[in-house]
Design a protein around this ligand. Sequence first.
Ligand code: FES
Ligand code: FES
Length: 178
Amino acid sequence: MDMPIYAEITLVVNGTGHRLSVDTRASLLDVLREDLGLTGSKKGCDHGQCGACTVLLDGRRANGCLALAVAHDGAEVVTVEGLAKDGRLSPLQEAFIEHDAFQCGYCTPGQLCSATGMLDEAEQGWPSAVTGDLGADTVLDDEEIRERMSGNLCRCGAYAGIVAAVRQAAQRREAAGT
Ligand code: FES
Ligand code: FES
């Protein structure tokens, strides 16, 4: 049997730098959970189908289970543990609580990281598959939110609350001009 091959990489995770020796076959998700003890990111399918493992990778949402850690040497990663700042939940996290946007909570870390990245994408004018007018400003109505969050499954079916929470966070962000 071939022996595992290890590589030295650095990752900045939630603002903290780490130097790691990783199995070249290891996913970013496994490195976060097993080497760094950041178990907020969840392993649902390990096949890129459920979104429970979503993190922000160099500012963009990505499935941690599909990213080989060794391919992201030097990357900046934000996990659900890094969304709160100075002990305060992010507006999106607060909206999830207000709208009861979860039941078991297993999908929630991925939903939160995905929605955080999605709000930035929309603000930057990225269209989705349901965007009608590519020249108009993005309006995050429920159809847009559902489409843009369609990579994140919720087995509890908390979708109504998730859409409401994301809509509220989008509206508050727009009102605050941030
Ligand atoms: S665990 Fe990564 S997409 Fe399901
Ligand atoms: S809250 Fe249970 S899977 Fe989404």
